[in-house]
Design a binder for this molecule. Structure first.
Ligand SMILES: C[S@@+](CC[C@H](N)C(=O)[O-])C[C@H]1O[C@@H](n2cnc3c(N)ncnc32)[C@H](O)[C@@H]1O
Length: 695
């Protein structure tokens, strides 16, 4: 950094862009300094003197060489043209002379390094300056970064050591420490090369996985070793012909993998074998890993008592860190952390929410309960899904809630009281016998008992347990179908769901019912399919439904955006995938699609009651929905309601309002009064003891 002096003018300095040139006056140089620039500076160190001497002798040598060359050239030129042109050589001589002058003025030159170089000559000068600044202890440029200077110097050193023709001279000039650095660098490069070679060798060796002998295997208790072996075996299986050991078959490797997976993930061999049959290898590992991850804590807003926005605010005020689960549900919240126990907040005790896994919302969304229907939840304890159904029904109609386990039924009663469910009849009947007690329901939910419910499922289940499970599931499903009213004007649907991923407890059960009863699978609503797809649930296990009226009604459901939202949270998605995989949902219906032709429906034989269920069902659906999907319909209805409630103060119709508005408001007032009456009526029902009533 600094200014560039104009030596020819003595006192005037060229103005450049540097800051100093603007701030300070032009420097003044002593005349004697400028007069004889070839003289060595007075205070040269011994080493500098030596260098100078060397350079001078070198210059003399080059000059004499050039003079010789010039002379030769002149002779040649004369011989060729008879004219002498020595301009170029003169220039060279001059420039060399300038260089030498400048290189000697070490202290002054170091100030000039910031100046823009306009020509090659100046570039040469500056690089020489940099080199000289190396030994200049009195460098006065306070704006230069020390480190930068070091880097420049060292890089210049490197360049010069590589390209300088006089490198021998430089080596002589090097300090011992510089020599040592060079040696060290060389050694480091050699070491790095050796390490690289060794690494390559190790990789090559690792690729050959040695199959453990029978004696080695049982001793393996180190989980890291087991994990490494799992990786190795998976690699071998991925390119079996190339990586296998000649005397080992594929089944040997698979057996080894199975036993290692059992050790590593704590499964019994029976279940691991089942899972290995179910998933391709890469998916299996993904599934096992995902199953180890703790599910996030999620809650469902009880729309009978509050709105999600208000609940979220109340919980945030208590130090709960939460978020909406996703766009696909307007009632779910995921809780990341909480300063208070989530199961004991005043909001919980007041029944503003239910602690419930997000995937548990799906069977209810698929069931798509409608207001004023007669709905049965056949295996309902502790009442998570049942209370969700009641909320969607807005406490209208009748919800029959059943579970064979009396102790668990107490939990239903407690939850319903807390959540304010007042449209229910609770019973403790063996579901298989329920058709003997009651039937004629518009919709039935069968959230069946399954092998996955038991926490010890990974180690305790065997073939017999699974068999027992799916036998019960089959019987329950047949009973549920028999409970359904084939002539229902609004429904006629069953949703079957389990937490198990085993086909024996899902697809096979459905298959059985399809053979045993006059029912058929129906398409699942797009919005639910999208949720399931986002969770990578298998295609054939679709949920059917007419849309989530509650969600749509409350907040304008927009399940189409589910995927995008899920991508935002990797952790949540991972866990959801596992849960959703476990919760396979299949739907049965005694009637079907809106566009089905009469012919089609008549082909299907009537059930026990000898009625043509499909044709009737079709008609009813189109009547009730008028061709609009239920969720869209719900949204529209609700939008009006929200507008009314948020924009108009019911008790004060402004006097200035026009007659039209007044009329409208009065109408709305009446509507609200009516709504109030209905609620009141329900409350009275509740007082009469409908809740908790058992049969
Ligand atoms: C998966 S859980 C139901 C969970 C419930 N749907 C919920 O969301 O809270 C299965 C329930 O089925 C009940 N169950 C088992 N066998 C039954 C049977 N034969 N009849 C009725 N319920 C039965 C169990 O007691 C258990 O509570």
């Amino acid at each position: 950094m600094g200014r560039k002096a104009k030596f020819t003018e003595g006192v005037v300095v060229k103005k450049g862009p540097g800051r100093k040139s603007k701030k300070q006056k032009d420097p003044i140089f002593k005349k004697e300094l400028l007069a004889d620039s070839n003289k060595p500076a007075q205070k040269l160190s011994r080493r500098q003197k030596l260098r100078l001497k060397k350079r001078q002798t070198k210059e003399q040598e080059t000059q004499s060489k050039r003079q010789n060359n010039n002379a030769k050239q002149k002779v040649k030129n004369k011989a060729a043209n008879g004219t002498a042109d020595s301009e170029d050589s003169d220039e060279i001589t001059t420039s060399t002379g300038d260089d030498s002058v400048e290189s000697d003025e070490e202290n002054e030159e170091s100030e000039d390094s910031d100046e823009d170089n306009d020509n090659d000559e100046e570039v040469n000068v500056s690089s020489l300056k940099d080199i000289s600044s190396e030994s200049d202890a009195d460098s006065d440029d306070d704006e230069d970064n020390d480190n930068d200077e070091e880097v420049n110097v060292s890089s210049l050193k490197d360049i010069s050591s590589e390209s300088d023709a006089d490198s021998d001279d430089d080596e002589d000039d090097e300090l011992p420490i510089e020599k040592q650095t060079k040696i060290l660098k060389k050694k480091q490069a050699e070491d790095a090369k050796l390490a690289e070679d060794e690494l390559q060798l190790n990789i090559a060796n690792q690729e050959i996985f040695e199959f453990p002998s029978e004696t080695d295997k049982p001793e393996t208790t180190n989980l890291q070793e087991v994990q490494a072996r799992i990786k190795d075996v998976v690699m071998v299986l991925s390119d079996f012909n190339k990586l296998r050991q000649a005397n080992r078959s594929r089944s040997d490797y698979i057996k080894l993998l199975e036993s290692d997976l059992c050790i590593y993930y704590s499964y019994n061999e029976f279940l691991m074998e089942k899972l290995m049959q179910l998933f391709p290898l890469s998916e299996l590992l993904e599934f096992l890993e995902a199953s180890e991850v703790q599910r996030p804590l999620t809650i469902r807003t009880n729309s009978l008592k509050t709105r999600r926005r208000d609940l979220a605010q109340a919980l945030i005020n208590r130090g709960v860190n939460l978020d909406p689960i996703g766009k696909w549900t307007k009632v779910g919240l995921v809780i990341y952390s909480s300063q208070v126990p989530v199961g004991a907040t005043p909001e919980y005790l007041a029944g503003h929410y239910m602690i419930q896994g997000a995937s548990s919302f799906l069977p209810v969304m698929a069931l798509a309960p409608q207001e004023n229907e007669r709905i049965l939840d056949m295996c309902a304890a502790p009442g998570g899904k049942a209370s969700h159904i009641a909320a969607i029904m807005k406490n209208t109609g009748v919800l029959f809630v059943n579970d064979v386990n009396k102790d668990r039924v107490k939990a239903i009663v407690g939850n319903f009281h807390r959540l304010g469910v007042i449209n229910s009849v609770i019973s403790t009947v063996d579901g298989r016998k329920y058709p003997d007690v009651l039937k004629g329901f518009d919709r039935v939910l069968l959230d069946a008992p399954c092998s996955a419910k038991d926490p010890s499922v990974k180690t305790s289940k065997d073939e017999q347990d699974i068999q027992r499970c799916f036998t019960l599931q089959r019987q329950l499903l047949l009973a549920a179908i028999d409970c359904l009213n084939a002539k229902s004007t609004t429904g006629g649907y069953i949703v079957y769901s389990t937490c198990s991923i085993l086909p024996e407890e899902n697809e096979a059960v459905i298959d059985y019912a399809l053979r045993k009863r006059n029912v058929k699978l129906v398409e699942t609503d797009d919005e639910v399919v999208e949720i399931l797809d986002a969770g990578e649930v298998e295609e054939e296990n679709k949920i059917e439904g007419n849309g989530d009226v509650e969600d749509g009604a409350e907040n304008g459901s927009n399940a189409g955006k589910t995927k995008r939202k899920r991508d935002n949270s990797v952790e949540t998605r991972k866990v959801d995938v596992r849960k959703e995989k476990q919760e396979k949902n299949v739907t049965f219906s005694k009637k079907k699609k809106k566009n089905k032709s009469q012919n089609n429906t008549q082909e299907i034989s009537p059930n026990k009651n000898n009625s043509n269920l499909l044709a009737k069902g079709d008609k009813k659906i189109s009547n009730s929905n008028k061709g609009v999907p239920a969720n869209v319909k719900g949204k529209k209805k609700n939008k009006t309601k929200i507008d009314v409630e948020s924009n108009i103060k019911w008790d004060a119709i402004p006097e200035k309002a026009g007659t039209k508005l007044k009329k409208k408001m009065k109408k709305l007032q009446k509507k609200k009064q009516k709504l109030g009456e209905i609620k009141k009526g329900n409350l009275n029902k509740h007082k009469k003891g409908n809740v908790g009533k058992t049969k």
